[in-house]
Write a protein that binds this ligand. Structure first.
Ligand code: 6R9
Length: 566
């Protein structure tokens, strides 16, 4: 039996007061995520349970119990406080996925400061824009990433401290300071800042097509959403060994790579080494991972690596598998069912929503290719794009919109209330994605607003065409965009990467076309397939169709700061 039990029943009866009660939170009272994710678990007698099993390059391993993470986050919090960091000051975490990153999030939250996690792979320009916008007061980083901060320090008058967690003893410059978790005196007791539900917690930067990246402001009350969704959407259980593969530079990595598992007192694993199918399977086998949260880009890479390699590992510990970040192709669901004996369940959310909003649930019928149904305590609809009224009939494509009011909803864009307000129409929060809802209430993702193709007045979902393409045995990944056409204004073009052992040719092109012709309506058929070695992706693994599209249309590419290989 899954945690959620009967979905329909839960959806009807659940209110957020239930989560408040379970977490012993009294409205108006103190609510601090850092405390909930460590001290509270220790207070309940589970201090000796492993909280974090971390593995870095070369297989080195570090283990932390709940007592360890409580103490370590106290130690980091006390250090920051000692430097003069005040509640609501922004503290940036600019590190690889090392333990200090995870413990730092809790430490920052415990003193009431705002955590600003950024991908360590960001270059100095991408970093500058985000630190400047947030007027960040301190950056916690590793010595290998410090030069990028040093380069922009002069342009950042608000940045008072550059904290290096693995300093090698060389002389430090102005504003620089070393901090070593291992060498610091552990702080047993830290006065937790009495944050309230609406006190700010994290600032996550998200980039759109144009304009500067936006800082999505979250508050401590988000904990309630992350707690409920980790339990009911991801089906995280007390005895799980949980692995969220996302980097905390991405919302998935904080909501479900820090807060979700730890508020539930679960053991989680982190692998801080680059991707390879072999390394991932070995990690699952070694740690006996039971609950695995990943993304379509990774799943497609695993599919590309083939099934033979899976046979070398014992992956029988796996119980619950979920995916987020992009639509999950039906082929991926069917594949995972075949090779792991478990289907990946698709979950949908955004940096702005802070927690999973539309999702599949363990135990509920899965329709491969569907995102599932709205989470209890939330209302999701598809709106007519002209009237902003919910579609009355099923099957019609519309704007995915959510009724504001769940705990993890963003509170504003940092310093940009105007853009925040524009996200609402007719009392709905507009996500910028489109979907349809079938007769049974399942949501079917169609595409982001910018990615949908309008060919002669007919809307084509890039996801549907891409999903047909990757069913072909030679195709590893694909991206489908529009290209200009004198008659239909837009027609469909597909970019395709191939699996090992296949080479581009006119014959293969024809074979793929014939293969997908049986699956697609004539209007959705690509006019052209272009074979390519790689697709442009964001650091969280999303295919950036707009870059491919801009090239087709001869347009400006726009903001590329989140591009994987910049
Ligand atoms: C968590 C996260 C949000 C955008 C979102 C949508 C796409 C995420 C998806 C999905 C289809 C899913 N997206 N999950 N599309 N099916 N299950 O990804 O946050 O980085 O802010 O991106 O990602 O387009 O609007 P974020």
């Amino acid at each position: 039996m899954s945690n959620i039990g009967n979905y329909e029943e839960r959806y009807k009866t659940f209110t957020w007061e239930q989560a408040e009660r379970e977490l012993n939170y009294r409205p108006g009272g103190v609510l601090n995520i850092g405390w909930y994710c460590s001290d509270r678990i220790c207070d309940s007698g589970k201090g000796d349970k492993p909280a974090l099993i971390w593995e870095g390059m070369g297989g080195i391993e570090k283990r932390f119990t709940y007592h360890d993470i409580r103490r370590a986050s106290n130690t980091i919090g006390a250090f920051l406080r000692g430097l003069g960091i005040q509640p609501e000051d922004r503290v940036c975490l600019f590190m690889d996925k090392i333990p200090e990153l995870y413990l730092g999030v809790l430490g920052i939250l415990k003193i009431g400061a705002i955590g600003q996690p950024l991908y360590s792979a960001f270059g100095d320009e991408s970093l500058f824009v985000r630190l400047d916008n947030a007027q960040t007061k301190a950056v916690i980083t590793q010595k290998k990433h410090a030069p990028k901060v040093r380069k922009i320090l002069d342009k950042l008058p608000h940045l008072q401290h550059l904290i290096i967690v693995d300093h090698d003893g060389k002389p430090l410059k102005d504003r620089e300071i070393a901090f070593s978790l291992e060498k610091s005196e552990p702080v047993e007791k830290l006065e937790i800042h009495p944050t309230l539900a609406e006190s700010p917690s994290l600032l996550h930067y998200t980039s759109g097509t144009t304009g500067l990246p936006k800082g999505v402001k979250h508050v401590h009350y988000s904990l309630l959403s992350q707690y409920m969704t980790a339990r009911w959407a991801l089906d995280v259980r007390e005895d799980d060994i949980f692995w969220c593969t996302a980097d905390p530079g991405w919302v998935t990595g904080t909501s479900y790579g820090v807060i979700g598992p730890w508020v539930l007192g679960v053991t989680q694993c982190v692998l801080d080494a680059g991707f390879s199918a072999e390394a991932w399977y070995r990690f699952i086998e070694k740690n006996r991972i039971t609950n695995w949260y990943s993304a379509p880009t990774a799943i497609r890479s695993l599919m590309k690596a083939g099934e033979e390699i899976i046979k070398k590992f014992d992956l029988s510990s796996l119980r619950a598998l979920s995916s987020v970040g992009e639509p999950l192709n039906p082929e991926a669901v069917i594949w995972s069912e075949r090779v792991f004996g478990k289907a990946f369940l698709d979950t949908y959310f955004q940096t702005e929503t802070g927690s999973i909003m539309i999702t599949n649930y363990q135990g509920m019928k899965i329709k491969p290719g569907s995102m599932g149904k709205p989470f209890p305590g939330t209302t999701a609809v598809v709106l007519d794009q002209k009237t902003f009224e919910p579609h009355k009939e099923s099957g019609k494509i519309g704007l995915i919109a959510l009724k504001p009011g769940w705990p993890a909803m963003m509170r504003t864009y940092w310093n940009n209330e105007e853009t925040y307000q524009k996200k609402f129409k007719n009392g709905w929060y507009i996500t910028g994605d489109r979907a349809s809802i079938d007769k049974e209430g399942y949501f079917w993702f169609v595409g982001r607003d910018d990615d949908i193709i309008n060919t002669g007045g007919h809307l084509v979902s890039p996801f549907v065409v891409e999903s047909a393409l990757i069913e072909h045995p030679a195709v590893a990944e694909s991206a489908v965009v529009s290209k200009p056409d004198p008659i239909n204004m837009e027609v469909v073009k597909a970019f395709v990467t191939l699996k090992a052992g296949f080479t581009p040719s006119a014959d293969l092109d024809l074979e793929i076309m014939n293969f997908i012709r049986k699956k697609l309506s004539p209007l959705a058929m690509p006019q052209e397939i272009e074979f390519t070695d790689a697709l442009p992706k964001t650091r969280s693994g999303k295919i950036m169709r707009r870059i491919l599209k801009a090239k087709e249309w001869g347009e400006e590419i726009g903001d590329t700061s989140t591009l994987e290989n910049d």
